[in-house]
Design a protein around this ligand. Structure first.
Ligand code: ADP
Ligand code: MG
Length: 318
């Protein structure tokens, strides 16, 4: 049973009181009428699973909030409030001070108010719930892609996975290349401004947390369409470019997790507006493929031949 079967089997019940329930980057709840929706999402970081137990606490504070902000970005929502639940093996003031510094620095930048949480002793575990606001009709849902849409992605993909592969000795990176990839893994930048700018422009969106093929697969499944990605168009960092002959790097590019870039679809008529956005917003935006009728995700080469990748993305229970 994989992670998504598990969620589907045990925890996906109808939620008629919600605008959007289980299955997207955030749930949407209608509160106060007038077409506004509350977007709510939660993400947990577990020591030994999502990070090394001796990880830099400042980076952890950043990442715990960043991965949640990324889900707001993926919905086109303005992040507003958060709660923080912590299980800590011990109350270490130095660790806590650094963790809090990383958390608050990002919270201040995005105007997020911490409004609650829970603290307990236990194996290190960090869980943030985030709440944001979005007009319901502008929310960037996974189920809104249509055949004929372009597929776009922000920034470049796979640097976080390259750093992780180097830590696991599956790939050799020079100290310089490793240093270039580390920020993607430890202190990802959530694409909140981009998510907001895409309201009314993009149709479907998701943040790439488990790998492009897996996450684009969620858009394809929920929208009942096929996604075709052109290998040569995938945006690569200079480090990725240098290592692309290595199969580990090729898999990192299409299936590496932890990128927190946005992948979205938009009608062809939106191209010039998206290209204009790409010039004014960091990061740049790249058109990587198209939505077709059918199902599933395919990566094709320049001649349209399908490339096979054994790994599709990260799954906690596979
Ligand atoms: P994301 O990568 O955007 O955080 P996930 O892939 O983790 O999303 O989760 C997929 C969907 O399943 C989300 O809508 C999430 O809220 C939901 N979900 C995950 N675990 C549970 C659970 N235990 N109970 C109910 N819903 C869940
Ligand atoms: Mg997400």
């Amino acid at each position: 049973m994989n992670e998504f079967d598990l969620i589907r089997t045990y925890f996906t019940h109808p939620a008629p009181g919600a605008l959007l329930g289980v299955g997207d980057d955030a749930a949407l709840l209608s509160v106060g009428g007038k077409g506004g929706a509350l977007a709510i999402s939660t993400d947990m970081l577990v020591a030994g699973r999502h990070f090394f137990p001796d990880a830099d606490p400042r980076a952890l504070g950043h990442k715990a909030l960043a991965v949640n902000l990324s889900d707001m970005a993926a919905m086109g929502a303005t992040p507003r409030w958060a709660t923080l639940s912590l299980a800590l093996p011990e109350a270490d003031p130095a660790w806590l001070a650094s963790f809090a510094e990383g958390f608050w620095a990002l919270a201040r930048r995005f105007g997020v108010e911490l409004v609650g949480g829970d603290t307990t002793r236990g194996p290190l575990n960090i869980c943030v719930t985030i709440l944001g606001e979005v007009p319901a009709r502008h929310a960037l849902r996974r189920d809104a892609a249509r055949p004929g849409d372009d597929i776009w992605v922000s920034g470049h993909l796979g640097n976080a996975a390259l750093a992780l592969a180097a830590f696991h000795h599956r790939l050799q990176l020079s100290p310089r290349d490793l240093a270039a990839c580390l920020p993607a893994l430890h202190t990802p930048e959530p694409r909140v401004s981009l998510g907001l700018a895409l309201r009314g422009i993009a149709r479907a969106a998701i943040d790439v947390s488990d790998g492009l093929l897996a996450d684009l697969g969620h858009i394809a499944e929920r929208s009942a369409v096929a996604a075709v990605v052109e290998w040569r168009r995938l945006p690569r960092s200079p480090v990725m470019e240098r290592h692309l002959t290595d199969p580990v790097a090729r898999v990192a590019l299409v299936a590496g997790g932890d990128d927190y870039e946005l992948c979205f679809t938009a009608g062809r008529r939106r191209r010039s507006r998206i290209e204009a956005l790409s010039r004014i917003l960091a990061p740049s935006l790249t058109r990587i493929g198209r939505v077709e009728e059918g199902s599933g995700v395919r990566v094709v080469d320049a001649d349209g031949r399908t490339l096979d990748f054994a790994e599709k993305g990260f799954d906690h229970f596979r």
